[in-house]
Design a protein around this ligand. Structure first.
Ligand SMILES: Nc1ncnc2c1ncn2[C@@H]1O[C@H](COP(=O)(O)OP(=O)(O)O)[C@@H](O)[C@H]1O
Ligand SMILES: [Mg+2]
Length: 355
């Protein structure tokens, strides 16, 4: 039964056009149907079904004062699913309570997160970042240095997988992302640098089953790991993600491997200080050992109703349904985790309804 307290919570679903397709459409140089509004509408409906009051608010980068007036003056108790760094940075600066990870994590690129995992003993592939000469400093290798004679420093070795260092949704990832030599590495990294304007994260190509794991709530709960079986593709590329995947939930791995996968997902979540929800992608080798590819701070959550035009089913939604959850259960777990964090502001009387 819906609680009075949850009914009283006013939530803004903040959405940004192009959130899922922006980078890849830059990479291809062509427009890709944008599902951001459909996704946000899904979240809004799910929140209403969970007993909250929810409204859509579109992110307007050119009207920060207006955003501040709309979101920062107490009209909403909580903002749901701010989808990338500028929004999270803005909301935190404006003191607006948000669902999901904070700017300290969201601002970290994939390479920085990998460094944290190494420190905390979470297995992740060896890598190097290659970027435009003008941006490359410190440990980042300037692209002009990748001549034919260039060799990766062990333990990094060919074949290498090349992807944007701040990508999402398999942007910039095709079957050409797997490279066998320095010339192809320079070509793929160059495409990412030129077309997406980011560095290229180049890591050992991992062979095994691809498994992704939702972590949600407070205390964080691990959802049943989901396996993505490739259908012809050699990786979960942008094209492949659209409709060719074969999903298995739970993943087809031994119970020992399953235990390791669950522990690894939780360890990856805690090592970077993720909050409320995240999805951890990994490759599980033949011996059952998982290696973490990345952690998604704002993964898709949708569970389709059948009326969607462009929106695809989400991995977390599929995991959640396998344990009998619906879309309201998914967003409720997230909102209640965030609510606990802001308890002194949202439930000052110690858990009672907001007045
Ligand atoms: N090192 C790697 N070895 C093998 N496959 C990889 C590797 N890195 C990424 N991939 C493939 O590319 C896909 C997207 O990479 P990922 O790191 O999850 O970035 P994102 O999903 O943010 O675009 C993965 O789901 C996987 O299929
Ligand atoms: Mg991924």
């Amino acid at each position: 039964m819906k609680s009075k307290a949850s009914q009283a919570l006013a939530i803004a679903v903040l959405w940004r056009a192009g959130r899922n397709v922006g980078f890849h459409s830059q990479y291809l140089g062509q427009a890709i149907p944008d599902d951001a509004l459909e996704e946000a509408t899904h979240h809004k409906q799910a929140l209403i079904e969970a007993g909250y009051a929810a409204e859509l608010v579109q992110w307007r980068a050119d009207d920060l004062q207006g955003m501040c007036d709309e979101l920062g003056r107490g009209r909403y108790d909580l903002v749901f699913n701010a989808s990338s760094l500028p929004e999270v940075a803005f909301l935190e600066a404006a003191g607006v309570p948000i669902c999901g990870s904070g700017v300290d994590l969201v601002a970290l690129d994939k390479a920085a997160r990998k460094k944290l995992w190494v420190f905390h003993g979470v297995s992740t592939a060896p890598f190097v970042v290659i970027d435009a000469d003008s941006r490359a400093s410190g440990h980042v290798v300037p692209i002009s240095r990748i001549g034919e004679a260039w060799q990766p420093q062990p333990p990094l070795a060919f074949p290498i997988f090349v992807k944007p260092v701040c990508g999402r949704n398999s942007s910039g990832i095709t079957d050409d992302s797997i490279v066998e030599d320095a010339a192809s590495l320079a070509r793929q990294a160059g495409l990412i640098i030129e077309r997406i304007g980011q560095g290229a994260l180049c890591e050992s190509y991992l062979i095994g089953r691809e498994v992704t794991v939702g972590v949600i709530g407070d205390p964080p709960q691990v959802l049943p790991p989901l396996e993505i079986e490739y259908n012809q593709a050699r990786a979960n590329t942008f094209e492949h993600k659209k409709d060719n995947e074969i999903l298995h939930c739970p993943a087809r791995i031994s119970s020992e491997a399953m235990q390791r996968v669950r522990e690894t997902a939780l360890a990856a979540f805690h090592a970077v200080g993720a909050r409320d929800f995240a999805r951890v992608d990994m490759i599980v080798a033949g011996d059952g050992r998982p290696t973490v590819l990345e952690l998604n701070t704002f993964p898709g959550l949708q569970i389709l109703t059948g009326d969607e035009e462009h929106l695809h089913a989400s991995y977390i939604g599929t995991m959640a349904m396998s344990i009998g959850w619906n879309r309201a259960s998914v967003v409720r777990a997230i909102v209640e985790a965030a609510r606990r964090r802001y308890a002194d502001r949202l439930d000052p009387a110690g858990g009672g309804p907001k007045t």
